[in-house]
Write a protein that binds this ligand. Structure first.
Ligand SMILES: NC(=O)C1=CN([C@@H]2O[C@H](COP(=O)(O)OP(=O)(O)OC[C@H]3O[C@@H](n4cnc5c(N)ncnc54)[C@H](OP(=O)(O)O)[C@@H]3O)[C@@H](O)[C@H]2O)C=CC1
Ligand SMILES: CC(=O)C(=O)O
Ligand SMILES: [Mg+2]
Length: 603
């Protein structure tokens, strides 16, 4: 049995008979000596599962009992398909004793069983009680609810992520609707604004101008080798908050937490990156707690060269199938980067493409329940930047596919600047400017349309073009409203309206999973359309009757599995997939690949 890409390891056993391990080791389960190359393979217990080599050298775990296979290159024993099987807590070395309690990947805190406490040198290092993961979740939730200030909740969550990764994800997955606004928008925006003062431990990889010529070396300092997805920012357009420089790191960290919690990508395969080319934010440059380079932003050739070195190093280090998500770059770089690397790398821009897909999904579901077609609508955008033009282009593409009209014609239905004469049926805010949908604007929409569709997409909440309360009140309860950051349900007359959250968080985790599980090598617009259709397909009449254009986030893993399946199907159809043959049931396969936050039993 031989696996490609085994983790390279040298380390020590915890007991007094310290010895260096052979250098080619793969984690999980009972050990087998691979005679062919002398390496120690820690393969999944062969009585219940076998590791088989994929045609392309990737390892897949197959459970012969259920026949369900899973694990996108998951030799880590972290996926749903193998969650019942015992594993050894391997990392670079076998974690045990004090170091095991401080290893966030394997720490279980008070949930270590008596047997594990005995065999892993934990006696005396923990108080006597043994509790379940469920009780730990209950306790953490109770503690987090004690904080009145969202930023304190955020810090408690980050602290947990650093202490006990599985508990962090279990808590987040089981309470996604309550905790998403903490680890993501709006609170992550405030966290970025105050990142320097709340900074305690480094997260992700920082690549600065100082690293020019050494970016590959910098990447190699990251302990995980089998990275599948990178979210990268240069911090110049953080939500609608502007240039936050190096403090933008909160965004890749937050987005990747969602990749795991919402899309099931294992945390060890996720790498947050911030490229620090300086900042033009004078306040930050004067801030004694600022953690980035204290200089004005590099532009032109200097900027392009560092970015190019990064893109080249990423592919060299992680291969052709590494997914790179561009996030919160400023407009003047975002489109150029996407165009430049779209044909050579597996890249997408979440603000342009992910947002387009989620808004299109909302519009498809609005049409489904209201009647009518996209081709009959007139669209008005406030804000013609990344999000605005990305959405407009995808809508035009969808209408063109639906009607066979040329793209040039379908684009004419969409106005990206203020135009009082067009009588829009759909109003979309992507300006990054709060309260720009005034009473007059919303009333005008309501006078023109029985059911005005209004999207206030700008983040965080302070930048939303209008609030849910304003949209429902000024339209006398007739608006179909969705916003980028969450708003509480609003009571108007006899009705309680639940505003949908039109946020790319619905799309990118499932899109990413679909790309990874099919081994896609490029992102294609048709995949974005497929993702939008898949998301819209999950919206029920019951959701819509409450005012929701999207299904509730509490079902997000199921939703992501459907999106992943459709994206993967499209990758196979377009000949862009490399993991062959395609699994028979793509939804089941997507589910089986998903990271499981359940504790594993340590032998
Ligand atoms: N809900 C979601 O999933 C997402 C939400 N967003 C949010 O959308 C917002 C915009 O992001 P993005 O498109 O990337 O940013 P960009 O900077 O690319 O675009 C902003 C656009 O808004 C225009 N604009 C600014 N002020 C006004 C105004 N008062 N009236 C009309 N237009 C105005 C800008 O024009 P000019 O350049 O001339 O100033 C520009 O065209 C942000 O708040 C971001 O958080 C983004 C991605 C996803
Ligand atoms: C949601 C998001 O990606 C943004 O506001 O930039
Ligand atoms: Mg963004």
């Amino acid at each position: 049995m031989r696996l490609n890409n085994p983790a390279s390891i040298s380390g020590s056993f915890p007991d007094k008979h310290r010895r260096i391990l052979p250098t080619r080791v793969v984690v999980a389960g009972s050990s087998n000596r691979d005679k062919s190359n002398g390496s120690l393979l820690m393969a999944t217990d062969e009585s219940t599962a076998t590791l088989k080599e994929m045609r392309d050298g990737y390892a897949e775990v197959v459970d012969p009992k259920s026949g369900v296979s899973g694990g996108v290159q998951d030799v880590y024993g972290e996926d749903t398909a193998t969650e019942d099987q015992p594993v050894t807590p391997w990392s670079v070395s076998v974690a045990s004793g004090y170091s095991l309690l401080r290893d966030p990947h394997h720490n279980k805190g008070l949930a270590f069983s008596e047997k594990e406490r005995n065999s892993h040198y934990l006696r005396g290092l923990l108080p006597p009680t043994v509790i379940s993961q469920e009780l730990q979740v209950k306790k953490m939730l109770h503690n987090i609810r004690q904080y009145q200030v969202p930023l304190q909740k955020y810090m408690a969550m980050m602290d947990l992520q650093e202490r006990n990764q599985k508990l962090f994800y279990k808590l987040l997955i089981d309470n996604v609707e309550e905790l998403l606004p903490i680890v993501y928008t709006p609170t992550v925006g405030e966290a970025c604004q105050k990142y320097g003062s709340i900074y305690s431990r480094p997260q992700g990889v920082f690549i600065s101008l100082k690293d020019k010529g050494k970016v590959l070396e910098v990447l190699r300092n990251w302990p995980e080798k089998n990275i599948q997805v990178i979210v990268v920012t240069d911090g110049e357009r953080i939500l609608g908050l502007g240039d936050l420089g190096c403090h933008g790191m909160g965004i890749p960290v937050g987005k990747l937490s969602l990749y795991t919690a919402l899309g099931g990508i294992r945390p060890s395969a996720c790498l947050p990156v911030t490229i620090d080319v300086g900042t033009n934010n004078e306040k930050l440059l004067d801030d004694e707690f600022y953690i980035g380079l204290r200089q004005k932003r590099a532009i032109g050739q200097e900027y392009a060269e560092l970015l190019h070195e990064f893109m080249t190093a990423v592919k060299q280090n992680y291969g052709e199938r590494i997914l790179i998500q561009f996030e919160d770059f400023a407009n003047h770089n975002a489109f150029d980067l996407l165009e430049k690397y779209g044909t050579t790398h597996l890249v997408f821009n979440d603000d342009i493409q992910g947002t387009a897909s989620v808004v299109l999904a909302g519009l498809i579901s609005a049409m489904k329940f209201l009647g009518g077609s996209l081709a009959d609508q007139r669209f008005l955008f406030l804000g013609a930047g990344e999000a605005g033009t990305g959405i407009a282009e995808l809508i035009a593409l969808e209408i063109s596919k639906q009607t066979n009209m040329p793209l040039e014609e379908t684009r004419k239905k969409i106005w990206l600047v203020d135009s009082k004469a067009i009588k829009p049926t759909i109003l979309i805010g992507t300006s990054g400017q709060g309260r720009t949908f005034t009473k007059e604007v919303v009333e005008a929409m309501a006078s023109l349309n029985e059911k005005p569709i209004i999207f206030s997409l700008s983040n965080p909440t302070s930048q939303s073009e209008c609030t849910a309360e304003e949209a429902y009140t000024w339209s006398q309860g007739r608006a179909i409203f969705a916003s980028g950051s969450p708003f509480d349900p609003f009571e108007y007359g006899d009705n309680v309206f639940v505003p949908g959250q039109a946020n790319n968080a619905y799309i990118f985790p499932g899109l990413g999973l679909g790309l990874i599980m099919s081994g896609a090598i490029r992102v294609h617009d048709d995949m974005l359309l497929a993702a939008a259709e898949a998301l819209a397909g999950q919206v029920t009449q019951e959701n819509f009757d409450k005012g929701l254009l999207y299904p509730p986030f509490k079902n997000i893993r199921k939703i992501s599995a459907h999106i992943a399946a459709e994206v993967a199907a499209k990758a196979y159809e377009l000949g862009l997939a490399t993991r062959l043959p395609p699994p028979k049931d793509l939804v089941k396969y997507a589910e089986s690949c998903m990271y499981s936050p359940a504790y594993r039993t340590y032998r």
